[in-house]
Design a binder for this molecule. Structure first.
Ligand code: ADP
Ligand code: MG
Length: 226
């Protein structure tokens, strides 16, 4: 549809911009951070200001990092991979954050999940972003269920949380760069997901009920053709 086309066009423009700029911002940022830390250790006063400077520098770094995921002309290698393994890896990666938030992660794995043709690192990034959002949506703890199913020539991956939910008007604007409701959010995570899923010729759908929870469902073709 026209709307989808517009969205993908927007994404590719942002991607191109990011490719040029992100890398150049990273290096000066690293040296700035180093010198701020150095000054902080030499000066007794103004510690609070130094802390703010460091956390703001970290924020810039987070944004740039997410841009680089989209834009980096990394070697993209599509290979037949086991999605179950990728899900397991991602769960171990976010294990600590889940425990700290009293969140339990459960899996429901259907039988005979086929291998799919994918770029493993990119897919990992998608699962990380979705699972992180699920954990962050439950500040008082709860459950996340990751369900894997197969249907014809695709694998379906569903992430269901019991978090704060998203209102209907807001679901429509998800995936637009910089839309965030979090103090430390970048508003780029879902945009990265859309971009990667699109490259895999898959789809991403979000359903949500306020105060009940959110389900993010991915459909990935067994053979993305890439
Ligand atoms: P960020 O996490 O940095 O805010 P994202 O692109 O990952 O950026 O998400 C954008 C926004 O979408 C979040 O700030 C949040 O408001 C909403 N959102 C995403 N996933 C969920 C979820 N599982 N539950 C509730 N809100 C969500
Ligand atoms: Mg996020």
């Amino acid at each position: 549809t026209e709307e989808m086309l517009l969205k993908s066009e927007k994404l590719s423009i942002v991607g191109q911009l990011a490719a040029g700029v992100a890398h150049e911002i990273r290096n000066p940022l690293t040296s700035l951070r180093g010198f701020v830390q150095l000054l902080q250790s030499k000066i007794d006063n103004y510690q609070h200001y130094f802390d703010i400077m460091l956390s703001e520098l970290d924020r810039i770094n987070d944004i740039v990092s997410e841009f680089m995921v989209i834009a980096k002309p990394q070697v993209v290698k599509y290979e037949m991979k086991d999605v179950r393994k990728i899900v397991d890896d991602v769960i171990s990666l976010l294990d600590t954050q889940a425990i700290l938030n009293s969140v339990q992660i459960h899996t429901e794995i259907g039988s005979e999940i086929p291998l799919i043709k994918c770029e493993e690192n990119q897919l990992k990034q998608v699962f990380i972003n979705i699972l992180k959002n699920a954990i962050e949506a439950m500040p008082d703890g709860g459950n996340v269920v990751i369900a894997l199913e197969t249907d014809e020539n695709q694998v379906k991956i569903r992430f269901t949380d019991e978090g704060c939910g998203i209102s209907e008007e807001r679901i429509a604007i998800l995936g637009e760069p910089f839309y965030t409701t979090k103090e430390k959010g970048t508003g780029l995570g879902l945009m990265v997901c859309h971009k990667i899923v699109e490259a895999h010729r898959g789809s991403l759908e979000i359903k949500s009920v306020i105060d009940q929870g959110t389900t993010v469902e991915l459909h990935l073709p067994v053979d993305s053709g890439s």
